[in-house]
Design a protein around this ligand. Structure first.
Ligand SMILES: Cc1cc2nc3c(=O)[nH]c(=O)nc-3n(C[C@H](O)[C@H](O)[C@H](O)COP(=O)(O)OP(=O)(O)OC[C@H]3O[C@@H](n4cnc5c(N)ncnc54)[C@H](O)[C@@H]3O)c2cc1C
Length: 460
């Protein structure tokens, strides 16, 4: 992990009241430890706050800032030893900032991070996806094939716009592709590289609800660094997973390894996969509608395989898009030499990305280098430097890239946007409306839910 383990407390929220659940004197056990001993063991009950927030990714940090601005007290718990969640820039692999998670500032005209990046003097490059180089296995596609692929891409979006899913209709994106006979190359971006899922696992309704994300910008300093900057002043308790949320008590009580805290409401920004795996126990259990919705929003997968290529540009220009179509969705896309850095950034998505994660980093890196050698010649091997593979599936408190609704289950997003008992609220990329799956969308979701909580607490 990049960031040092740290606990950040703000004096503003640091009221010293330690006895939240007083034990009647007649039931007091003998030899009670002192407050100091309890503190040492980390078992002390923490002070009450208005709101507990679970997760310090884009959504959780945004919720915290919104609550703070409205004058509400909060405690923000983060399971990892850093903030940012899936927004994480690291220079430990290549000596330059590299985004392990989100990288493109999508929908820049609606993305709150974009003006902040501009104001911070970030180096930004406008980069909308456009296949500059298309290969079928090792053969370069002809101009006619490239034109056919682009026409198919346009046709796919035309079909999507016109499509109405009726009761009992097949809601899988693959059904639409079959009808439109759009070649699979066009669907590679729509499916594995965009939604992180293969087209038979993507709901047409869900896909329709997702916005077109142009214009897209790429930053040299890193999207993760931008989110870290956004959250830099937010008090966060790092390395503190919330284990349990009790909600039959007045308000809620959140149990962590460091103690229990009570609040009037909780905002939970953990991914639906984390919730489906029951990393947080709810007591009593959540209603079936909500619990079921976690399973209807499984995480798609996008795996990055950046490889350093030194001393040659392989005849490619910085930011070229190169797509290699293979069999059975074993496709790979490369973002070539962004900002003229010595990096070919490979991406695999959907089921293939999960398979690659299981095979491990060495297999992933070999796969990428072999594909490059297959196209540009074995000489490429001499130019290969450092390489790595991201592993979001193995990140216990994320468990995938981003959520995509199961076919026929797209209403799960609306279900989770309803709070439970007016005190457990959910937020995150999976509840970001048209900007679903994006980091900017996650922030807007966190802000919107926090405003909802502020209004509700004010009305009580
Ligand atoms: C490889 C990859 C590439 C991507 N590319 C882009 C891109 O180019 N552009 C873009 O906009 N988006 C992209 N995304 C998506 C984007 O990163 C996410 O949509 C966004 O960062 C999600 O933010 P979030 O706050 O909803 O969730 P998260 O970032 O997952 O934050 C939730 C936090 O909750 C914490 N948590 C979970 N359980 C607990 C618990 N029990 N107690 C305490 N804390 C807990 C987690 O550790 C995590 O930090 C990409 C994602 C991946 C994985």
């Amino acid at each position: 992990m990049l960031c040092e383990s740290r606990l950040r407390f703000s004096g503003r929220y640091g009221k010293k009241s330690f006895t939240r659940f007083p034990v009647p004197r007649w039931r007091m056990p003998q030899n009670l430890p002192t407050i100091k001993q309890l503190l040492w063991r980390g078992r002390i009950f923490m002070e009450d706050v208005d709101v507990v927030i679970v997760g310090a990714g884009s959504a959780g940090l945004a919720a915290a800032r919104t609550l703070g601005a409205a004058g509400l007290s909060f405690k923000l718990f983060e399971a990892m030893n850093r903030i940012g969640g899936r927004a994480w820039t690291s220079d430990q692999h290549f000596g330059v900032p590299f985004d392990i998670g989100c990288a493109w500032l999508h929908a820049a005209d609606r993305n709150p991070y974009f003006p902040e990046a501009q104001a911070a003097g970030w180096t930004l490059h406008h980069h909308d996806m456009n296949v500059d180089h298309l290969y079928y296995l090792q053969r370069k596609a002809s101009e006619a094939e490239e034109a056919a692929m682009k026409a198919a891409d346009a046709k796919l979006f035309e079909l999507l716009a016109a499509h109405e899913v009726g009761d009992g209709d097949d809601d899988r994106l693959s059904a639409l592709l079959a009808r439109g006979q759009a070649p699979r190359a066009a669907a590679t971006f729509a499916g594995p590289m965009d939604f992180g899922a293969d087209e038979d696992e993507i709901s047409i309704c869900d896909f329709q609800a997702a916005a077109d994300l142009d214009p897209n910008y790429f930053s040299k300093e890193g999207f993760g660094a931008l989110v870290a900057r956004f959250g830099a002043e937010v008090p966060v308790e790092l390395s503190t997973p919330v284990r349990k949320i009790l909600w039959e008590v007045p308000g809620v009580a959140c149990v962590t390894d460091r103690g229990t805290i009570r609040a009037k409401a909780a905002i939970v920004t953990a991914s639906p996969a984390v919730l489906a795996f029951e990393e947080i126990e709810f007591s009593p259990a959540l209603p079936d509608t909500h619990f079921g919705a976690f399973f209807d929003l499984p995480m798609g997968m996008l795996t990055k395989l950046p490889v350093e290529i030194r001393g040659t540009r392989l005849g490619l220009a910085p930011f070229d898009d190169l797509l290699i179509e293979r069999m059975a969705r074993h496709d790979i896309y490369f973002l070539c030499f962004p900002f003229d850095l010595d990096l070919m950034v490979g991406f695999v998505g959907g089921d293939f990305a999960w398979e690659m994660s299981a095979a491990g980093e060495a297999a992933g890196v070999d796969f990428v280098v072999d594909r490059l050698c297959g196209i540009f010649g074995t000489d490429v091997r001499k130019h290969v430097g450092r390489a790595m593979m991201t592993n979001w599936g193995g990140e216990r408190f994320v468990r995938g890239a981003y959520a995509a609704a199961r076919p026929g289950r797209s209403e799960a997003r609306a279900t989770l946007m309803q709070p439970v008992a007016e005190k457990i609220f959910f937020a995150g990329e999976h509840l970001a409306g048209p900007l679903m799956q994006t980091c900017g969308g996650a922030r807007l979701s966190g802000e919107a839910v926090a405003r909802q909580v502020v209004a509700q607490l004010a009305a009580k």
